[in-house]
Design a protein around this ligand. Sequence first.
Ligand SMILES: NC(=O)C1=CN([C@@H]2O[C@H](COP(=O)(O)OP(=O)(O)OC[C@H]3O[C@@H](n4cnc5c(N)ncnc54)[C@H](O)[C@@H]3O)[C@@H](O)[C@H]2O)C=CC1
Ligand SMILES: O=C([O-])CC(=O)C(=O)O
Length: 270
Amino acid sequence: MHLGLIGCGNIVKTLLGFLDAPDAPAVERITLLVRNGQCDRAHDEIAAIVPEARIVEETSDLIAAAPDLVVEAAGHAGVLEHVAPCLEAGFDVVVVSVGALAETALADRLERAARAGGARIILPAGAVGGIDIVSALSVSGDVTLTYRGTKPPGAWAGTPASDTLDLDGLSAAAVFFSGTAREAASQFPKNANVAATLALAGPGLDRTRVELVADPTASGNLHAYELTSPAAKVRVEIENLPSTGNAKTSVATIYSVLREIRNRIGPMVI
Ligand SMILES: NC(=O)C1=CN([C@@H]2O[C@H](COP(=O)(O)OP(=O)(O)OC[C@H]3O[C@@H](n4cnc5c(N)ncnc54)[C@H](O)[C@@H]3O)[C@@H](O)[C@H]2O)C=CC1
Ligand SMILES: O=C([O-])CC(=O)C(=O)O
């Protein structure tokens, strides 16, 4: 496989390490799209892992390289800037920054681009699980879904949580956001992609209720949700290890991207 990657942060660098393992999916070629002016820095950061990777700064260069699959892990800004042209050019894109789709105009643009290019937008499960049953049951009748995302206070630094909470001095769990998945995804672009993923799989961005919590006793990044449908009741609780490179991002997110790559290569999809 020739893999195209957008971004050169925690997810991409950790993923490159995973792909370097002996039992990793057979990725023979990598083209990495980074922000303008970040080429040298990216080269220094990944040289030890994948010295042969080609680094480019323009979307058109990634497209010209003709990867078999593109993975976006560059935040909502990266989705806005690069994903539509890749889809229009016919390349399937794994969009990790799922919350970007809470912006209706962008979601519509991506859908049009995918149709025009005959390509697909692939939304990975990311840091959460059970997306299969949520998606399956979404057409089973009246479906409700409530999600609660809990992280240690440090993971909410630099977000609107710090407007209402003293994150450094917090001594007990505090709910600082309650609203829809669409509101959560746009106000917390680095922390509420899971809320958007559950909502898009399930009852939709405006019908999925979300609570976000800072908890100084949290043992990791916790994702809990409850779904009710005429066909089943589902309760899921996941305790994720935060990444060393970015406390906001759980390591499971990166394994989920690896799974998408594995599922494109192997003889069986699971
Ligand atoms: N679906 C899910 O469950 C999850 C999704 N995410 C999403 O993944 C994103 C990336 O996560 P990390 O790698 O941990 O973050 P990070 O902050 O370590 O890396 C982001 C990278 O994107 C690059 N970037 C930003 N704008 C760009 C642009 N316009 N073009 C090219 N590159 C650009 C930055 O320079 C940086 O290298 C998060 O911002 C979040 O939106 C994160 C965790 C879970
Ligand atoms: O990685 C996580 O635990 C979840 C996350 O940041 C998100 O939903 O954006």
